[in-house]
Ligand binder design. Structure first.
Ligand SMILES: C[S@@+](CC[C@H](N)C(=O)[O-])C[C@H]1O[C@@H](n2cnc3c(N)ncnc32)[C@H](O)[C@@H]1O
Length: 225
């Protein structure tokens, strides 16, 4: 059984079971897709028909290819060496696109491309390593909507994870909304980190004052309750 980190497992847990095709984009080691394949054995009801691994580095994709040799997998596996910013994502399936473990600017370029192919019933999972607010602002501008968002802490680092799509239940908020509904120690610590980060930024750039105020409002609300 493949053992993966808490961050990666949290991403896998966000993938809806109704998905037929899952795209592990910028897959690197391919742990997300591989762990998903393991999940099929546990959840016999899964609709999953194909996992697509995609990364721009040929050596990475060769290794993934090798790792599947002589293994019996009950679904289709595709291995694409490709630039995710220009990939043709067209297919007739119900897709979940996973874009995780990269910076916000690259994520924005990739999501712009996915959007050209995105159907109403597709999902996208986003978890960037930096520029979360900028990424959220962009997703909101694209009129993508939120199904779910969570905060995950691993090795003293915090990761926001969003499950989004064209038909999501609510608007995407630039600092998160549902993210703060469950307010535990991790949420409090992450909020303190974000406030101190934006306090420094707002000293020089007034456009960050608004973000800072929004974070502070979350803090005050949770101090009261
Ligand atoms: C840090 S890994 C992320 C792995 C995994 N998604 C995760 O969340 O841990 C980033 C990967 O993105 C790949 N990458 C960077 N730019 C890319 C692009 N334009 N198209 C496809 N893959 C890209 C890199 O080769 C690298 O393997």
């Amino acid at each position: 059984m493949l053992k993966i980190s808490k961050r990666l497992q949290s991403i896998v847990n966000l993938i809806p079971e109704s998905e037929e095709t899952v795209w592990d984009i910028c897959c690197d080691h391919g742990h997300i897709g591989k762990s998903l394949i393991n999940r099929i054995h546990q959840h016999k009801t899964s609709e999953l028909k194909e996992v697509i691994f995609l990364d721009v580095v040929p050596g990475i994709m060769n290794k993934i290819n090798e790792s599947f040799k002589d293994t019996d997998i009950p679904i289709k596996i595709s291995i694409l060496t490709s630039d995710a910013r220009t990939q043709n994502y067209k297919n007739n399936s119900i897709n979940c696109f996973i874009v995780a473990g990269i910076g916000g600017d690259l994520c924005i370029e990739i999501v712009n491309q996915i959007f050209n192919f995105l159907s109403d019933h597709d999902y996208v999972i986003i978890s960037v390593h930096k520029n979360t607010v900028k990424t959220r602002q962009h997703l909101k501008k694209m009129e993508l909507r939120l199904y779910k968002e969570i905060l995950v802490k691993e090795n003293s680092k915090y990761y926001e994870m969003l499950l989004i799509g064209k038909r999501g239940d609510s608007e995407i908020c630039e600092i998160g909304e549902e993210l703060w509904e469950k307010f535990e120690q991790d949420h409090s610590d992450y909020l303190t980190e974000q406030i101190s980060f934006y306090e420094k930024k707002a000293e020089y750039r007034t456009e960050f004052k608004n973000i800072l105020q929004k974070y502070k409002k979350i803090k005050h609300k949770n101090l009261k309750s």
